[in-house]
Design a protein around this ligand. Structure first.
Ligand code: RIB
Length: 315
């Protein structure tokens, strides 16, 4: 078993479901509200943990009430809390999420708070964890200057670094060169590479061609493996010599797609920890993400290993 680590954001999600998402200036009456743990980093760590990984989780919280939300969860799922960092100045980050209860699509606004304040002291404190892991998964909800420190450091230690470039942002070259894998969704792939990957408008053939071009763009930057998550259209996986498409399971009826990408990344990481190759790890992540959309919420929707195995057994 390889040692896997997630370094990233931890927020409190304030989620409302409504009959439709509001237009600019419109107020929509919600039908459901829930507060729970979220943030892409935290969701991915929970997904990996629930899928069976002995994950090391590095997050940064405020010294406030909201911090207890992820901490309680970590206790419940027996997640190592040695690398939880704290800011004395900034609050725990939060995310305002609106979910369309008809389409299950969402809109999210994030205030990163403490998650965007990783600094030199945190770097020193996290080094032992980074040094001892085999695979490190990161996203883009923490401060970029810290990412620019951590990624080259981890790469220099021979660690497999996986980047989920979400939310989409301009990515410094130093983050892409030598990545083991990059996992954008179609919006991020389009924004980062400039190549239109638009599953809603493209035929399957056009979509695969666009994904291939986007993958080539990442390969040219030094990335070894490219995975593009395609919502309803499943996944595109390319290891540089072979490209494969994975579709969603027909029987899955989504109720909330929030955190689906995180479920995939966490499941993928857990499978890498079990030394699965890129395609098998992607197939495993696909099951985790398919199961996660059948439940409401982000971190709380991640399936357990028993649920994953039971699902796979029936197929
Ligand atoms: O990917 C879903 C996550 O995005 C939510 O949990 C929210 O916190 C935002 O970070």
């Amino acid at each position: 078993m390889k040692r896997v680590m997630v370094l990233g954001s931890s927020f409190v999600d304030l989620m409302t479901r409504a009959p439709h998402l509001p237009e600019h200036g419109e107020t929509v009456m919600g039908t459901y509200f829930k507060m729970g743990p979220g943030g892409k980093g935290f969701n991915q760590a929970v997904a990996a943990r629930r899928a069976g990984a002995a994950i090391c989780t590095a997050i940064k919280l405020g010294r406030d009430e909201f911090a207890s939300v992820p901490l309680r969860y970590m206790e419940q799922y027996d997640m190592n809390r040695d690398y939880v960092r704290y800011s004395d100045e900034l609050p725990t980050g939060n995310a305002l999420i609106m979910v369309d209860e008809v389409t299950s699509q969402n809109m999210i606004a994030v205030y990163a708070g403490a998650s965007a304040s990783f600094g030199e002291e945190d770097f020193e404190a996290l080094k032992p964890a980074i040094d001892s892991c085999d695979c490190l998964l990161l996203q883009l909800e923490i401060n970029m200057d810290f990412m620019e420190k951590v990624v080259p450091y981890a790469v220099s230690k021979g660690i497999k670094v996986i980047l989920n470039p979400a939310p989409a942002a301009e990515i410094p070259e130093v983050l892409l060169s030598s990545l083991y894998a990059v996992i954008p969704n179609e919006v991020e792939a389009k924004l980062i590479t400039g190549i239109p990957v638009v599953w809603k408008e493209q035929t399957d053939e056009e979509l695969m061609e666009a994904c291939g071009k986007a993958a080539d763009w990442f390969f040219a930057k030094g990335v070894s493996n490219v995975i593009i998550t395609l919502g309803k259209k499943g996944l595109y996986v390319n290891n540089g010599s072979e490209a494969r498409r994975f579709t969603n399971y027909d029987e899955i009826k989504p109720v909330d797609t929030t955190g689906a990408g995180d479920a995939f990344c966490g499941g993928f990481l857990a499978a890498l920890g079990e030394e699965k190759d890129i395609f098998d790890a992607a197939a495993f992540g696909n099951v985790v993400s398919n199961l996660s959309v059948t439940r409401i919420g982000a971190a709380p929707s991640m399936p357990s290993r028993e649920e994953i195995d039971a699902f796979l057994k029936n197929r």
